[in-house]
Design a protein around this ligand. Structure first.
Ligand code: ANZ
Ligand code: ZN
Length: 802
């Protein structure tokens, strides 16, 4: 029979489903393996070929671990709240819930056609009230402990989605979702104090096995910076201006100061400042720019000097001017800096542009040409009592001096900001709080959770930017749970990142109605053993979920401080011209087409064979065809199988080597080289012309994690006993990894002209290749024509040439 994936793939998917082959076992004495991939957002476009890459990778590992006796949890679910669904719903006038249901059904069907070994009994959906009840519960626990607070703050406002965005959702000054213009707007927002966890989020990276670039990105994102806060007196007042600096050693070189456009000092000295009009104008201009635009390094520096105010440098008592410029952000440090143009590049550019003095205080560069920023070499100069010291020593000495004089104190700052947790949109979890004039913000009582997302007529945001829930008077007006008086519900919803911040906990016990998950299940399954996802989630989702998990650890819900033991990342699959696949470029490949034409096993094999798993690679239809041909050749192994026990002498070494290679490569993301090894073993089988059942068994088990349907089918047809998924993983024998090697002599026209080492079982063709490449032999054959070759296996190779 021909290889026909259409027939066999559906058959095996149904058998696995019916027999619940991939359901986790209740037997908690077994070692566990919890494999996790980032659950998809069920978009209207359905799956694209990028999705199956990580899914197949951990499917391979999961299937292998099951053969090795592990109790494996490999779950799947839907991260289904969010803007695209809502926007689609608005456009097509379909309820977001219906849109989500349709999309989920489509995704699920697609995933099933690829044969992933998900335990579908653990399926979750973040938009289910039974799920978001617990998202709300966690939020309230944070609120009760002061980790959620409301704050007037400038937010990034997308003028087109009409929604506040987190900094992370603003890409190059535009909205990540719609590319619309983003402006700053002041709004009352719910915030989560992730900054309180900043140190632990850095320090605990030492306890987990994440690939290095993920650790580095997280550390940089949190941006811990050790420095000092120093007070500069404002001349003629009792006030002082506080700055944050990482280089107190350069204090003598501070020739001016800069404050952010929003700094309160401006308001306070309104009367004294001589050029208020000019400053107001500058403030208005700055308000239109995002933090990103303001801090862009190459951008031309702008600013205005504040006339009528001066500061006093505490080191030398000199009066220095104060400027306003947008290169200093209100949201970092104190919103003010001491400018040291000789040793800071931004200050240098600014000073050059506005003709401000540049005073060298660390030797080693030419500060008229550029800022000298090296802190490793060079001695302090022009700095009185710290002259002659190295930078590090000088920092230490002047810090102590400033602290003694009560002019400054040591301070650690973070780039990480608290998390803006409000959205003025419909399709999200309602924030379960009630506002009472008398009692303030009051949590909805636990037994009234979830606060259900009500049905609305219209889910477009209101033109004043409130969530559409604000229009529903029946829903908004309620009673205060504390005093019983009239009160109003919060109408903001949670951001898209909420549901994914704890989903890995729900998977272990998704139907629990009493708690997030039972303690027993949590203690057994957590932490996640292996989590694979995209690099684009390193600083957002991965950090947010570590934060939530740590909070749940602190309140005693989970027993481990970190959620994921190991984190890896896959590269992207690119479309034509090595570009990211996208609808707008028209280069998206639909996995359905590949499954239909070549089969799910071919798709899986190709996605694992396509190249280094961690790197981005272009899609190639020829590559797909090659993998299909490989599977056809595997299919034809049925024709050469013979009875027999144990591995034959001829194949023994190759088989043991392949077992070792495949076993190790699957665990180290080297799927491509594992498949290459299986291809080369297949060639050997075909060279020899027959294999016995034992050899076929081993081969099929090794290939099964990559191509599960075809291998099960061959197993059944040949009658290898039971079903393949019940088999155990083969072991290799270290002693059998080396082959017996012999040396043969090579004669040309009766005389020995060379020698070659070959293995005892090496095929004639392979020996011939070595012989003809042998330097001595080549030389003696020269231009002559080979007329005869006789090979006495393992002994001598005779060539007659004329
Ligand atoms: C004087 C100085 C001299 C500085 C020098 C640097 C080099 P990180 O490492 O990022 O924490 N700074 C402080 N607050 C700022 C704000 N709100 N907006 C823009 N820049 C700000 O960098 C800390 C340094 O960035 C601080 O140290 C300050 O400049 C600047 F040779 O103070 B420094
Ligand atoms: Zn009240």
């Amino acid at each position: 029979m021909e290889y026909n994936p259409k027939k066999i793939e559906k058959k095996w998917q149904d058998i696995w489903d019916e027999k619940e082959v991939f359901k986790t076992s209740e037997d908690k004495t077994k070692p566990k393996f919890y494999a996790l991939i980032e659950f998809p957002y069920p978009s209207g476009q359905g799956l694209h070929v990028g999705h199956p890459r990580p899914y197949t990778a951990l499917d391979v590992v999961s299937r292998k671990r099951r053969f090795q006796g592990y109790n494996v949890l490999y779950p799947m679910g839907w991260d289904a709240f969010g803007l695209p669904t809502e926007n689609f719903a608005i456009q097509h006038k379909i309820h977001p819930k219906t849109v989500t249901e349709n999309n989920v059904a489509k995704f699920k069907e697609q995933l099933k056609s690829i044969g992933f070994s998900f335990d579908w009994s653990k399926e979750i959906n973040t938009t289910d009230p039974s799920y978001y009840k617990w998202t709300q519960w966690i939020f309230l626990e944070m609120f009760k402990r002061g980790l959620a607070y409301k704050k007037e703050m400038p937010i990034n406002w997308c003028t087109s989605c009409k929604v506040g965005l987190a900094n992370e959702e603003v890409v190059n000054g535009t909205c990540e979702r719609c590319n619309g213009e983003v402006v700053r707007k002041v709004k009352n927002q719910w915030m989560l104090k992730i900054t309180e966890y900043a140190d632990r989020l850095i320090n605990d990276l030492d306890t987990v096995d994440y690939i290095e670039r993920i650790k580095t990105q997280q550390i940089n994102w949190i941006g811990r910076s050790k420095g000092m806060e120093v007070d500069f007196q404002i001349a003629g007042t009792e006030d002082s201006l506080r700055v944050f600096t990482t280089r107190p050693d350069t204090l003598f070189g501070a020739t001016y100061m800069v404050i952010a456009a929003e700094h309160p000092l401006i308001e306070k000295y309104n009367d004294i400042i001589e050029n208020m009009d000019e400053i107001k104008e500058y403030q208005e201009m700055a308000a239109k720019k995002s933090d990103f635009e303001r801090t862009e390094l190459n951008k031309d520096k702008t600013g205005v000097e504040i006339k009528g105010l001066k500061a006093i440098n505490p080191a030398n008592g000199k009066e220095i001017p104060i400027w306003v410029s947008d290169y200093v952000l209100m949201s970092y440090g104190t919103g003010a800096i001491m400018a040291v143009p000789a040793h800071d590049s931004r200050d240098w550019e600014f000073a050059k542009k506005f003709g401000l003095p540049i005073v060298e205080v660390v030797e080693g560069g030419d500060v008229e040409k550029e800022a000298y920023t090296d802190t490793e070499t060079g001695k302090i100069v022009n700095s009185d009592f710290i002259n002659g010291l190295e930078v590090k020593e000088a920092i230490e000495k002047i810090s102590n001096w400033l602290e003694e004089k009560e002019l400054g104190k040591k301070k650690v700052n973070y780039k990480l900001r608290d998390w803006v947790f409000s959205r003025q949109r419909y399709w999200g979890e309602p924030i379960p709080l009630i506002h009472c004039e008398k009692c303030g913000w009051v949590p909805v009582p636990e037994d009234e959770l979830p606060v259900m997302l009500p049905e609305v007529e219209n889910y477009e945001p209101t033109h004043n930017g409130e969530s559409p829930l604000a229009n529903m008077e029946d829903w908004v007006n309620t009673k205060c749970p504390k005093c019983g008086g009239d009160a109003k519900r919060e109408t903001d919803t949670m951001p898209q990142w909420a549901g994914s911040s704890w989903y890995f906990l729900r998977y272990v016990d998704p139907h629990n109605t009493e708690e997030i998950a039972s303690r027993e299940e949590l203690d057994y399954w957590l932490p996640v053993d292996w989590y694979n996802g995209g690099m684009e989630h390193t600083t957002l989702h991965l950090l947010y979920s570590r934060f939530w998990h740590k909070f749940l650890y602190d309140i005693g819900v989970v027993s481990c401080p970190e959620p994921y033991n190991k984190r890896t990342a896959h590269g992207m699959i690119l479309g034509g011209n090595n570009e990211k696949m996208s609808k707008s470029r028209g280069n998206v490949i639909n996995p359905d087409d590949i499954v239909n034409e070549y089969g799910g096993d071919t798709l899986r094999t190709y996605e694992m064979f396509i190249g280094d798993f961690e790197k981005s690679v272009p899609w190639s239809e020829n590559g797909v065809k090659g993998c299909r041909r490989f599977l056809e050749r595997v299919w034809r192994l049925q024709d050469i199988v013979v009875d027999g026990n144990g591995y034959s002498k001829k194949l023994e070494t190759s088989i043991h080597k392949t077992i070792k290679k495949v076993t190790e490569d699957y665990e180290t993301l080297k799927f491509n080289t594992a498949i290459a090894a299986l291809m080369s073993l297949l060639n050997e089988f075909n060279d020899i012309g027959e294999i016995n059942k034992e050899e076929l068994k081993t081969y099929l088990i090794l290939l099964n994690p990559v191509a599960p349907h075809i291998t099960e089918e061959i197993w059944e047809r040949v009658g290898l006993g039971g079903m393949l998924h019940e088999a155990t993983w083969p072991k290799w024998d270290e002693d059998k990894l080396v082959e017996d090697v012999v040396e043969i002599a090579i004669q040309v026209n009766g005389k020995v002209r060379g020698r070659e080492k070959i293995s005892i079982d090496e095929s004639k063709e392979s020996v011939r290749n070595k012989v003809l490449e042998n330097a001595g032999v080549k030389k003696f054959i020269g231009d002559k024509k080979i007329v005869k070759e006789i090979y006495i296996p393992g002994k001598i190779y005779n060539i007659v040439a004329k």
